[in-house]
Structures are given as structure tokens and as C-alpha cells.
Design a protein around this ligand. Structure first.
Ligand code: PMP
Length: 457
């Protein structure tokens, strides 16, 4: 169906007639009319009215290599012509599954070189939960079942992944969560640090893990999971003291450490994985999004030697998905990794574009009356919106400053995301300096107009 074949109004009417949207208030959507994105190239998308919009979010933090990369399309086409589907159950494999494992092992941190394939970040985290519990069962400690995660952590939308995550509005939908999940505070110094220095607060936030382990009993805890930088929770990069202390505590109590790399993986923070940026040595590492740059759905769980060897000796692994290692998705993921290696995209993020992006945003944050702090790492950024910069007073949910700012940015053809009262950016890794300039000037327009709306500009 060609995008040009219907008017925007026709698309909107048809959409509201049949389509139930994720993470959307249906009434608000019907009132406003859905935005229809019809094509994309590089760092831009176009809507059905022909507007060219700078995609400051790389889709949903995933289109790392940018839109319109022909070699990813060619890889999918070739694979679908040759072998569109075969499964990996029951002692079978296909070439692209096998070669994806090899390509991934080249870029994952040393020791994390065995992979289980799934289709989404949520499925990867469900896999993590099942494998970690299987691991402890095999080790003769079947009571080690509970996962400890963080408030404002996001690990997906399946029932297990929602229970693992720490998002109050998502928990509210279910009313009752699955048993076997506990949460500790998120390491957000700006809102929770009080009078502590950042590094003091990092230790305090990490020690919450030790308290929780002791409360539950170390013999009942399977693993701790965290995103190196909490993404959907508002781009919360912890103080530099946090991860080393978490690592120490996990080792002390023999708790598996899981780094959820669904957003941070594949160059976002200037290394292939956020674990490398933050010095984390995880036992299990779920990844998705940037693995295929979103061109086809695929995810993976990397496991280290310790976990792999136990699973390998452990008999039937009664877990898997029809599309675990879908051949076309694997072929696209291989092409994506090879493209990133050839174009040295990770090095480019680390040495050139992320420092530029952060310097430009930092200037904006320092000067702007409603920006309290710039957070994040690499090409992952959060701008905390505040009513009072000196007192660190953030806007309230009722003020809804972030959604207002997001809408104003969109009016000026920039896609930004609002999370709580934080403006979030996660552009494609191929964004140029000129496009960063365009992005920052559009963010400034959005912020200026928001400040004026609240009488603060
Ligand atoms: N983990 C993290 C850190 C995520 O950010 C997300 C999605 N934003 C997920 C897991 C879930 O991924 P998916 O939407 O592909 O299920």
C-alpha cells in the first residue's frame, strides 16, 4: 500500500476504526488524530502531510545506523529468497543464526560469547529470568529465584518484564504483579540525592541492594538487573561510584548480575555496550533494538562462561520462541554489525559526535532557566525540566511541562520524547554535526516557548 494513496484524514479515520495503539490514551488519540509516518532517510522521517522531521529518538531508541541503509534491506531480501524461515528448535540451525553468533562474539565484552535469540527486549528479559532461575536450580540452590531491580527501571511489557520493571503506571494496569520480584531505589542524584555529593549518593543508592539482599536472604536472590543508564525511566546515568559498588555486592553475596543493554547496546554510549562504558562485568546481557537497528525485530541474551557452562550441562532448556533466531532478522543483524564495524560508528560516537552533541546540549542546559541538568552518556541525553533551577524544583505532573515541550518541538519538526518531566534524546548514531546544530536549535525553541508558557522565560 503506497503511503501516497490516502490523505492524512483518511489514514486517521481508518486507524481509529481498527488500530489499538501501545502506550497511548485512545480517547486523546482520536481527538488529536494519529500522526502517520510514511517514509524515512538518514536521520529524518516524513509524515503523511510531507513534513520532514528530524528524528531525535532514532524511532524508539533503535535505528542506530539511520534509515534507508540499502545493505540491510538487501540482506533481508537475499535471506527471504533463499530461506525465509526455519526454526532453531530440536537440534537444527540456519546459517544466519550461526553467523550472527560469531559476529556478536566479536563485539560483546570478552567472555560473553554464547547467545540465545528472541524477538524483543521483553522476550530477552523473560529469557534472562528463566535462565537465571534454571542456573541456580542446576547449582543446587533452587530457592535463589527472586530478582532485584530498580524503581523507574524499564525491562519490557510482558507480564514478567513488567514485574521486573519498576514503572508505577505499568504496575497499575495489572494491579497484581508476579511474585519473585523486588525493587530498590533508582540512582537519580538530582531528585533523590539531597545534600549528598554525587559520589556519596552513588554508594548510598548501591547499598540499597545490599539491604534488600539481606532482607530477602542471599539464598533467595537469583540476580540483580539494571540498565547501565536507565532509559525509559528518564535517562538516569548513575554516579561513577554506583556500578563498582553494585558489582562488589553481587560478588559478595553470589548474586548474578544482569546488564539490560536493550538501549545502551550497539554504540549508544560510545562503546559497543554500556557495560564497557560503566565498567560492569555482567553474567547475562540482554540486547535488542540496535542489534538490527530496528529494521527487523530481534533480540539476544549473551551469557558468560559461568552461566553457559551450567546451562550446557543442564539437560533440556525448555524455553524458546517460534522466531528465536529468525533467519531474515539474523541476516539483517549481521549486516548491521558489519556496517557499524566498517563505518567505525562506535568510535565515531565516542570520539567525535557524542562529545560535540553533549557540549552543545550542556551549553543549552547551563544557560536555560527551565533546564536543571543534562544527564546521560554518549548519544543518550535527558534534560530535566525545572520550575526553579536554584532549588532543584521540578515541574509537577499537573504542569505537564515536558509533554508541552515535546509538542512544541514537534511543531518545529523535531521528535523528542517526554518522560516524566525530562526531555529525552537518542538520535541515530550517524547524525552529523550540522544535524546536531539543527537539533539543538529546535530543542531551544521548544524550551523557550515552554518557559514562556509558564512565565519563566
Ligand atoms: N529493556 C529496556 C532497557 C528497554 O528500554 C526496552 C524497550 N524500550 C525493553 C527492555 C523492552 O524491549 P521491547 O519493547 O523490544 O520488548
Amino acid at each position: 500500500m503506497s503511503a501516497q494513496s490516502r490523505s492524512t484524514l483518511e489514514w486517521q479515520q481508518l486507524d481509529s476504526a481498527h488500530h489499538v495503539h501501545p502506550f497511548t490514551d485512545p480517547k486523546a488519540l482520536t481527538k488529536r488524530g494519529v500522526r502517520v509516518i510514511t517514509r524515512a532517510d538518514g536521520a529524518y522521517v516524513w509524515d503523511s502531510d510531507g513534513n520532514k522531521i528530524l528524528d531525535g529518538m532514532a524511532g524508539l531508541w533503535c535505528v542506530n545506523v539511520g534509515y534507508g541503509r540499502q545493505e540491510l534491506v538487501d540482506a533481508a531480501t537475499r535471506q527471504m529468497q533463499e530461506l525465509p524461515y526455519y526454526n532453531s528448535f530440536f537440534q537444527t540451525a540456519t546459517p544466519s543464526q550461526i553467523e550472527l553468533g560469531q559476529a556478536l562474539a566479536e563485539v560483546t565484552p570478552p567472555g560473553l560469547d554464547h547467545f540465545f535469540f528472541a524477538n524483543s527486549g521483553s522476550e530477552a528479559n523473560d529469557t534472562v529470568i528463566r535462565i537465571a532461575r534454571h542456573y541456580w536450580h542446576l547449582k543446587g540452590k533452587p530457592n535463589k529465584r527472586t530478582f532485584i531491580a530498580r524503581t523507574m527501571g524499564y525491562h519490557g511489557s510482558t507480564l514478567a518484564a513488567v514485574s521486573l520493571g519498576g514503572m508505577p503506571h505499568m504496575h497499575a494496569l495489572d494491579k497484581v504483579l508476579l511474585p519473585g520480584f523486588a525493587h530498590i531505589m533508582h540512582p537519580h542524584w538530582y531528585t533523590l540525592g539531597g545534600t549528598l555529593s554525587r559520589s556519596e549518593f552513588g554508594i548510598v543508592a548501591a547499598r540499597a541492594l545490599e539491604d534488600k539482599i539481606l532482607e530477602l536472604g542471599p539464598d533467595n536472590v537469583a540476580a540483580f538487573i539494571g540498565e547501565p543508564v536507565q532509559g525509559a525511566g528518564g535517562v538516569i546515568d548513575p554516579p561513577e561510584t554506583y556500578w563498582p559498588e553494585i558489582q562488589r555486592i553481587c560478588r559478595k553475596y553470589d548474586i548474578l548480575l544482569v546488564a539490560d543493554e536493550v538501549i545502551c547496546g550497539f554504540g549508544r554510549t560510545g562503546q559497543w555496550f554500556g557495560s564497557q562504558t560503566f565498567g560492569i562485568e555482567p553474567d547475562l546481557m540482554p540486547m535488542a533494538k540496535g542489534l538490527s537497528s530496528g529494521y527487523l525485530p530481534i533480540s539476544a541474551v549473551a551469557m558468560n562462561k559461568r552461566v553457559f557452562e551450567a546451562v550446557n550441562e543442564g539437560g533440556l532448556l525448555a524455553h524458546g520462541y517460534t522466531y528465536s533466531g529468525h533467519p531474515a532478522a539474523c541476516a539483517v543483524a549481521i549486516a548491521n554489525i558489519r556496517l557499524m564495524q566498517r563505518e567505525k560508528l562506535v568510535e565515531r560516537v565516542r570520539e567525535d559526535i557524542a562529545p560535540y552533541f553533549r557540549a552543545r546540549l550542556q551549553e543549552l542546559a547551563d544557560d536555560h532557566p527551565i533546564v536543571g541538568e543534562l544527564r546521560g552518556s554518549g548519544l543518550l541525553a535527558g534534560l530535566q525540566l525545572v520550575k526553579d533551577k536554584a532549588k532543584r524544583t521540578i515541574f509537577t505532573t499537573e504542569d505537564d511541562a515536558a509533554n508541552k515541550c515535546r509538542d512544541l518541538c514537534l511543531d518545529h519538526h523535531l521528535i523528542m520524547r517526554a518522560v516524566g518531566q525530562t526531555m529525552v534524546l537518542s538520535p541515530p548514531l550517524i547524525i552529523t554535526r550540522a544535524q546536531v546544530d539543527e537539533l539543538v536549535s529546535k530543542v531551544k525553541i521548544g524550551l523557550d516557548l515552554t518557559a514562556r508558557h509558564f512565565g519563566l522565560g
